[in-house]
Design a binder for this molecule. Structure first.
Ligand code: NAD
Length: 478
């Protein structure tokens, strides 16, 4: 697998250097990938440029583009088992999660296949004697920087939308997890994608990633990752006046009122923090509970967390390993800080005895009485740690919900419809779920953040506008 994918071929990296890839379940090296650099990015951008500007891809009718995307969706479904196994090994995803992700990427391509020939402009009433129309045109070549937590899903939502809008793509997956995407590129060629429509360069963020963000010939950048790197990407793009979509982190609240239906709420609340071992941008990592129900809810959530088992991906326990040792240290650091500050640890899950000592396992944990200014309440842990705190009333809940630098997703649990809607309108975030919580939600639902969670929207039809540029044509006909 230690090659890039450029112009429909596997291509060796120009430096010949590689990066070892670890299996998070046992911490052992099981593969190597190519260590891409600016020369590899230059080649990939040239291939994409040729595809977009007068190449077969650029000339394809939207309906034909849609048919190719649909073929790829079918191929992804047909290979979902193989793709799921790659991510199980690469990311440490338990079997069920890996299969869900492989199925989701097929669904992204299905959705965007149907959208290719429906992105139309308008005619605009103007001065008599004139006709005005608008067109949505592709940017040309789009760059996509993808994190390791959901490689397939984020590829589907970002690259699926960009291809549907007619762009040729250059993708830089995360150094920790990119094997599934290299395989998807091969499947795309088998489906008949023309030369250069989809290119993948693997490598480190500060090398290949930075080179992609700086590359002349990239017309739009979609970045999903940390707020810190998002700033660097936006700075690079600003120097060349290139538009960016930033999908960054979150500290999303689950807000539980005393009248909530806890039978519905509890399994969803627990899943939202342990799914993918908490390494989800939209993880519901803060539990805000109305004071009169606080102890009752803590006890019930704690009872569920205590039953959770963590273990190797292939054994499909409730929770898999974290991606790497530094991520485990990060999570342990938050827990040590909570202990040192005398916060209440309500419950912890357990690590299954089958787990190799060299794997990266963190126990799901519920910590209560977390002060708003504590790192655990403000910073993204990216691990299975839920921080709980009480609130007095609606106004207090809104204050706490909006009290971090992030604004990605929120969940509101109440049987009072008016209150649910009032909360949804007052919370500053890209998505709000009332009496349900989908980490990120379905393919159809526009997704993205406000504040340090980023800007721009992916998913849904809305993404196609971001991956297009509007042109206005004015005709004087007299
Ligand atoms: P990261 O920012 O370290 O890396 C993300 C990607 O950026 C990787 O491909 C990496 O190689 C690349 N990168 C790193 N440094 C770079 C640089 N200087 N220039 C260009 N590219 C560079 O993030 P991570 O630790 O891999 O992922 C976790 C973060 O991603 C979390 O903050 C999480 O919330 C966020 N995330 C957000 C969403 C969303 O949709 N909002 C989804 C998933 C993850």
């Amino acid at each position: 697998m230690s090659t890039h994918f450029i112009g429909n071929r596997r291509v060796a990296g120009s430096s010949g250097e590689t990066i070892p890839v670890l299996d998070p379940s046992d911490g052992q090296v099981f593969a190597h990938i190519a260590r891409g650099n600016s020369e590899d990015i230059r080649r990939a951008v040239a291939a994409a440029r040729a595809a977009a500007d007068g190449g077969t891809w650029g000339r394809l009718a939207p309906v034909e583009r849609g048919r190719l995307l649909r073929k790829l969706s079918d191929a992804l479904l047909a290979h979902h088992d193989e793709l799921a196994h790659l991510e199980m090994r690469d990311c440490g995803k338990p079997v069920k999660q890996a299969i869900a992700d492989a199925t989701a990427v097929a669904r992204y391509f299905e959705f965007y296949a149907g959208a290719c020939d429906k992105l139309h402009g308008e005619t605009i009433p103007y001065t008599p004697g004139y006709a005005v129309m608008s067109f949505y045109e592709p940017h040309g070549v789009t760059g996509h920087i993808i994190p390791w937590n959901y490689p397939m899903q984020i590829f589907g939502r970002s690259v699926g939308g960009a291809l549907a809008a007619g762009n040729a793509c250059v993708v830089k997956p995360a150094e920790d997890a990119c094997l599934s995407l290299l395989r998807i590129a091969e499947l795309a060629v088998e489906c008949g994608f023309p030369d250069g429509a989809l290119n993948i360069v693997t490598g480190y963020g500060h090398e290949a990633g930075q080179a992609l963000a700086d590359a002349a010939g990239i017309d739009h950048i979609s970045f999903t990752g940390s707020a810190r790197v998002g700033t660097l990407i936006a700075q690079s793009a600003a120097r060349r006046h290139v538009p960016v979509t930033l999908e960054l982190g979150g500290k999303s609240p689950q807000i539980v009122f005393a009248d909530a239906n806890l039978d519905d709420a509890l399994p969803v609340i627990v899943n939202a923090i342990v799914q993918n071992a908490g390494q989800t941008c939209s993880a519901g990592s803060r539990l805000l509970v109305e004071a009169s129900a606080y102890e009752r809810v803590l006890e019930a959530v704690g009872a569920r967390i205590a039953t959770l088992k963590v273990g190797p991906a292939v054994l499909d326990f409730d929770v898999g390993p974290l991606i790497r040792a530094s991520q485990l240290q990060r999570v342990e650091g938050f827990l040590a800080d909570a202990k040192a500050s005398a916060m209440r640890s309500i419950a912890q899950g357990s690590i299954a005895p089958e787990s190799p000592a060299t794997g990266f396992y963190a126990r799901p944990t519920l910590i209560a009485d977390v002060p708003m200014e504590a790192p655990l309440a403000c910073d993204e842990v990216f691990g299975p740690v839920l921080a709980a705190m009480p609130f007095r009333d609606e106004a207090d809940a809104i204050r706490l919900a909006n009290g971090t630098e992030y604004g990605l997703v929120a969940g509101v649990w109440t049987e009072n419809g008016g209150r649910g809607l009032r909360m949804a309108r007052a919370i500053r975030s890209g998505q709000v779920f009332i009496n349900n919580y989908g980490a990120g939600g379905g393919v159809e639902l526009p997704f993205g953040g406000v504040k340090s969670s980023g800007y721009g929207r992916e998913k849904g039809f809305e993404a196609l506008y971001g991956f297009s540029v509007m042109k206005t044509v004015v005709i004087r006909h007299g």
